[in-house]
Design a protein around this ligand. Structure first.
Ligand code: FAD
Ligand code: MLT
Ligand code: ZN
Length: 477
């Protein structure tokens, strides 16, 4: 883009959203042009921050007329580089963070209508204040936005019970790539009037339009919880325990998270105020939580189910049921601390994979051998940091590389390790992208593994809605 064109573009955008809605200073742009992991760094002439849907539509029309690609950004907490522009300086960021109003709450219909820039924790608070529960929960909930959650189809720790973001949304409002506004803000649980247009935008990672509003599903408040830490001698034990707890506790089973000993050690080493819940090491650990609308003897139920599982040999290394809320929080701190610990420990090759739960033990055994071979071939000491949402069959099967390794060596190792892990995922009929999205991190991997016909159908949808390909080019597809 020539300088005069850029100036003209910025002027038009400023006219559309006001001076407070544009950020042109490079220093002030720093929090937008780089992702939180520090993996990607982009460059833009302007960050635009529309205040509402009408302004967003005006911004899209201006960008479309100027053939300027748009990178939509919410809280910028994504793991796959989807919200970071490229380094050309030819794209603009549209940040939704000023669109942060709770629009309506309908306790009888159990729905909450929000702007897309509302922070997830604020949506949870709004539901709580109305005596309801919005269940999406993840480590970044204090800064990620509902729009980002929708665009990545976020998962988190309660998918087992409530589903992922796709299951938690009833209606959407979207600014389309031509600047028109689609008002699909319906709070209906049944609506068979044709194709699932709402579903198209969930998981679309900013490539089909800008989500500006959403109607979310609410649930009865979970007022009682019981939490336990379990040590297991192998993964098969945890898979069997999951099934046992499902049978014993039914819908009350809210979370079943897994950490390998290496993942736990990493947190203990890098996150302050943490301590191991049990003496001694175990190859695998589970963090289990039950929840209910009333106490209903939850603590007893969990203790009995675990005692029975121990008697039946399903738990090799013991279990601790949290005796207080503080102890439960300390358990969760260990689980939630892994992302941060990894950043501090060194370069990480991230894998966000989904597998049939029954296949997890065999996958982990095979992938472990493949990673060892790949690491040996590149002469590197690699350490698998395996953890994740076992109840959903979603592993963060990450590989930690030596601290201080040169970027070129990290790049070369990433190619080998991706192939080692993702080939096994494909062999077990799994997915190489479970909840973090494809973004720019897994774009090449997606092309490698996804059925060409599925890629063709996705591209056809993309071209139909965004013929000028201005929405987040270089991401996902
Ligand atoms: P951004 O990072 O800003 O954007 C993400 C993608 O969505 C980009 O492609 C962007 O273009 C697009 N986008 C954003 N807003 C819109 C919009 N309004 N319209 C259209 N497209 C849009 N994820 C999980 O699923 N489970 C977890 O357990 C989990 N744990 C995490 C823990 C930590 C500590 C962190 C930092 C992240 C974690 N994540 C997890 C990643 C998760 O995807 C994001 O935190 C969140 O869902 C993204 O929201 P965001 O507003 O930050 O989106
Ligand atoms: C989590 O579940 O903690 C995050 O999704 C995983 C990560 O940080 O890689
Ligand atoms: Zn996760």
């Amino acid at each position: 883009m020539a300088d005069t064109n850029t100036e003209l573009l910025v002027r038009r955008l400023r006219e559309a959203v006001g001076a407070e809605g544009v950020v042109t200073d490079a220093q002030q742009q720093a929090g937008y042009t780089r992702d939180w992991l520090g993996k990607w760094q982009g460059r833009v002439p302007v960050v635009v921050r529309p205040a509402d849907t009408t302004e967003t539509a005006a911004v899209v029309r201006i960008c479309r007329a100027a053939h300027t690609p748009i990178v939509t950004q919410g809280g910028n907490t994504g793991m796959s580089g989807g919200a970071t522009p490229d380094a050309s300086g030819a794209q603009v960021i549209v940040s939704t963070t000023r669109m942060n109003r709770v629009r309506a709450i309908d306790p009888l219909n159990n729905t909450l209508t929000v702007d897309a820039g509302v922070i997830l924790a604020h949506a949870q608070d709004a539901a709580r204040q109305a005596g309801r529960f919005f269940p999406l929960s993840l480590g970044a909930e204090g800064s990620c936005t509902i729009g980002g959650n929708l665009a990545t189809n976020a998962g988190g720790i309660a998918v087992l019970r409530y589903g992922n973001m796709r299951d938690l949304v009833l209606g959407l409002e979207v600014v389309l790539p031509d600047g028109r506004i689609w008002d699909g803000l319906r709070g209906l649980r049944k609506d068979n009037t044709g194709y699932d247009l709402r579903g198209l935008f969930v998981g679309s990672e900013g490539t089909l339009g800008i989500i500006t509003g959403a109607v979310l599903k609410l649930f009865p408040q979970v007022s009682a919880r019981a939490t336990a830490w379990v040590g297991a001698s192998d993964l098969q034990q945890l898979v069997a325990l999951l099934e046992r707890l499902r049978a014993a506790c039914g819908e009350r089973l809210l979370a079943f998270e897994m950490l390998s000993q290496d993942a736990l050690d990493l947190v203990l080493q890098h996150v302050t105020d943490t301590r191991a819940p049990m003496a001694g090491a175990s190859p695998f650990h589970a963090l289990v939580e039950l929840g209910d609308t009333a106490p209903h003897g939850l603590q007893d139920m969990l203790e009995q189910a675990l005692a029975q599982a121990m008697e039946d040999g399903l738990i090799g290394d013991g279990a601790v049921v949290a005796a207080s809320q503080a102890q439960a929080q300390a358990f969760w701190k260990l689980r939630e601390g892994i992302s941060q610990a990894q950043v501090r420990a060194g370069p990480v090759v991230k894998h966000d994979i989904a597998l049939p739960i029954s296949a997890l033990p065999a996958f982990v055994a095979e992938a472990g051998a493949a990673v060892r071979d790949a690491a040996a071939a590149s002469g590197l000491a690699a350490r698998v940091i395996n953890f994740g949402h076992l109840g959903d069959g979603n592993l963060h099967y990450n590989v930690l590389l030596p601290a201080g390794l040169a970027p070129e060596a990290v790049k070369a190792a990433t190619v080998l390790l991706n192939r080692a892990v993702h080939d096994r995922v494909a062999a077990f009929n799994g997915s190489i992208s479970a909840e973090h999205g494809v973004g720019q991190l897994r774009r090449d991997e997606l092309r490698h593994y996804k059925d060409p016909l599925e890629m063709e159908m996705m591209m056809a949808i993309k071209r139909a809605l965004d013929p000028n390909l201005i929405m987040n080019p270089g991401k996902l597809l």
